[in-house]
Design a protein around this ligand. Structure first.
Ligand code: NAP
Length: 621
């Protein structure tokens, strides 16, 4: 007989769960990047002579940006489009009764952040911890995103959390998403996570009750759970969005979003269209092209496509790491010291392995440069990288019109940089067609048969939306009501986004937001941020337990000062991100309201707070 969905652990008296859903399908395709032996694809061409970010080039960047201003028009998957959100990866939810009870710590999300939080909290002696997760299994991003070609873009040895504890070494430098998903499952099994988690369970509302000092969490499974602490670990790019395109509801073929890749639809030999050319599409398109009959890529803005140079993990690396306790943590710490996006992603192996002291030769100047001079130098260096990336397009792409359309004109890193050695060559294949929709601000018409652009109809059997996710804005923010009776979103809309470390926000006591707006761990390796956040939360909860308090809020001044710092850091670095991107809500975001641009200064704020305890208002209820 199968285990019941809920039972009581006789040792602890706590409920343990068995709600992990069975897999819906074993069908997957395209396990990440291939290893490419052609060195012309794995090295960037030389910098074209005379390249300098002069007035003409700056004007070109501005024009490129202005052509696209206001073109972003997205919609949530509501009404008839709710079907795009269905969990295609798991079997039906495991039936269970609703819970009407209490726990000490309630955590939303079972991705990397949830898994790491559990690891830290368990080590700190917290047992009465419960998780809920929308999906049928662990993995978060790596649960939902299973498109062909998926792989991590930060080197796997620095990206996978807890490698030493797991005794694991990723198989490739840029591991496939399927390997990462399996790794998450292995972590969950090893650390006893599964019995703590309610899968296929989504939070509906979370309401603070000052009298009892508890959050009341209600879920779509009828649960009413009171919790002392609530932690949001449900990601920063979680909620998929669709481009709003007139006529999209009329399309009679199959369609889906990349974050719900439907392997039940056989694409072999089919006419397939994909809308969007961001990081997801760049990885998926080369794999799609290997299967489909005709592929139409509807592009509004080209990604910057740098070299990947994928490789397998070497035997000597495995041997060295087997004898080097703490190797992965040390490597991640070295990785975190690299602040420039491209350098980090190209991640020099000798530096990361600790064989050489620095990752690049440092330039020295005979006098101290002003901020403006430094910015100018950075913009110039940035331009040179982009020139090489654009030169790469010309070197690879045979058709000049296609090559022109594939060249990005904006600062490197302003949109998410991508890396691939098969993406560009894909556009030389006779059955792959790039449809440049920049002039109309993207695809503007869909009918029963397919996409229509500038009077030309592109009939399709399958249409794939690679149109991305809401950034730094999960719907959860609408559903949490704090001490003042406002939702988190209302507070931030009315008063501007204000947090302390991204983790606390005033009037939402005992609520911790992991890697939310203004959150940061001083690195763009997401694992660094969640590691820093989970260690911080474990420290705070332990401190409270040890000092006999059970309520923490933060002082208004602390969040005002921190939000001001976030805004200043954003403004100071803004010229390096001068384009329209989801990072800046397509040019509409208030400075400092979304991602954190203060680098390692986040750690300074954290350390100061931990030493002085000044930002906190502790009490006992
Ligand atoms: P995205 O970067 O938001 O891309 C959405 C794409 O849809 C953009 O190219 C956008 O063009 C396009 N688009 C929107 N409306 C359109 C229209 N009407 N017509 C034509 N094109 C339209 O989403 P994503 O590619 O899913 O990536 C999201 C993020 O997930 C990445 O930036 C990255 O942080 C993460 N990611 C990471 C990895 C990895 O590490 N392996 C892989 C994939 C994704 P515009 O640019 O003009 O707006």
């Amino acid at each position: 007989m199968s285990e019941p969905a809920i039972k009581i652990d006789p040792k602890t008296g706590l409920k343990v769960f068995n709600t992990r859903a069975a897999k819906a399908t074993e069908r997957i395709q395209g396990k990440g990047y291939s290893i490419i032996s052609d060195s012309s694809l794995t090295t960037l061409p030389e910098l074209p002579p005379g390249a300098t970010f002069n007035a003409a080039e700056q004007a070109k960047y501005r024009e490129f940006k202005e052509t696209r201003r206001g073109a972003d028009d997205y919609m949530a998957m509501e009404g008839e489009f709710t079907r795009y959100l269905a969990d295609v990866y798991s079997a039906e939810p495991v039936p269970r009764e609703s819970l009407h009870d209490e726990c000490e710590i309630f955590i939303v999300g079972a991705g990397f952040a949830g898994l790491l939080l559990w690891y830290r909290l368990k080590a700190a002696g917290f047992q009465d911890v419960r998780f809920c997760e929308k999906g049928g299994d662990v993995g978060g991003t790596w649960y939902w995103n299973r498109y062909p070609g998926i792989a991590c873009d930060v080197e796997a040895y620095s990206y996978f959390p807890l490698l030493e504890e797991m005794g694991y070494v990723p198989s490739m430098k840029f591991a496939s998403g399927f390997e990462i998903l399996e790794y998450c499952q292995a972590m969950a099994t090893k650390f006893g996570f599964y019995e703590k988690c309610l899968f296929h369970t989504t939070v509906d509302t979370t309401l603070w009750d000052e009298k009892t000092g508890r959050w009341t969490v209600k879920t779509d499974r009828g649960d009413v759970i009171k919790a002392r602490y609530v932690l949001l670990a449900n990601g920063i790019l979680t909620t998929p969005k669709l481009a709003r395109i007139p006529g999209m509801e009329k399309f009679k073929g199959e369609s889906f979003h990349t974050s719900r890749w439907n392997y039940h639809i056989d694409l072999t030999g089919k006419r397939v269209g994909i809308i969007g050319t961001g990081a997801t599409a760049v990885q998926a398109i080369p794999e799609l092209a290997k299967t489909v009959g005709e592929l139409y890529v509807f592009q509004r803005t080209p990604s910057s496509v740098d070299v990947r140079d994928q490789r397998a993990t070497k035997d000597e690396e495995r041997a060295a790491w087997a004898n080097e306790p703490g190797w992965a943590r040390a490597r991640r710490a070295r990785f975190a010291k690299i602040s420039a996006g491209r350098t980090a992603i190209q991640a020099n192996d000798d530096y990361l392995a600790g064989k050489v002291a620095d990752f690049k030769e440092r330039k020295t100047y005979d006098r101290e440069l002003s901020m403006e001079e430094l910015m100018e130098k950075q913009l110039e260096a940035n331009f040179r990288i982009m020139e090489q990336i654009r030169a790469r397009v010309d070197t690879i792409i045979k058709d000049p019109k296609t090559a022109a359309a594939l060249k990005p004109y904006y600062p490197y890193g302003c949109k998410r940089p991508t890396f691939h050695d098969e993406y560009l060559p894909t556009f030389n294949l006779p059955h792959v067609h790039l449809v440049d929709t920049a002039t109309t601000g993207g695809v503007r018409e869909i009918n029963e048969r397919g996409v229509v652009h500038e009077g030309v109809e592109y009939p399709l059997d399958v249409l794939i939306y690679a149109t991305g996710f809401q950034w730094m804005a999960t719907s959860t923010f609408n559903m949490i009501i704090g001490e003042g009776g406002k939702t988190l979103r209302e507070k931030w809309v009315e008063d501007g986004t204000k947090t302390f470390l991204g983790l606390h926000t005033q009037e939402f006591p005992n609520l911790f937001i992991v890697t939310g707006p203004q959150g940061g761990g001083g690195s763009f390796n997401f694992t660094d941020a969640i590691e820093a956040h989970s260690e911080y939360v474990a420290w705070l909860l332990t401190t409270m337990r040890d000092t006999g308090v059970n309520k923490v809020d933060i002082h208004k001044e602390a969040e005002v000062r921190y939000a001001d710092h976030c805004a200043k850091a954003d403004i100071a670095t803004a010229p390096l991100r001068d384009c329209l991107s989801y990072y800046n809500d397509h040019g509409k975001a208030e400075p400092g309201s979304l991602a954190y641009y203060g680098g390692n200064r986040w750690h300074k704020f954290r350390r100061d707070a931990q030493e002085s305890l000044e930002p906190y208002r502790f009490s006992k209820i």
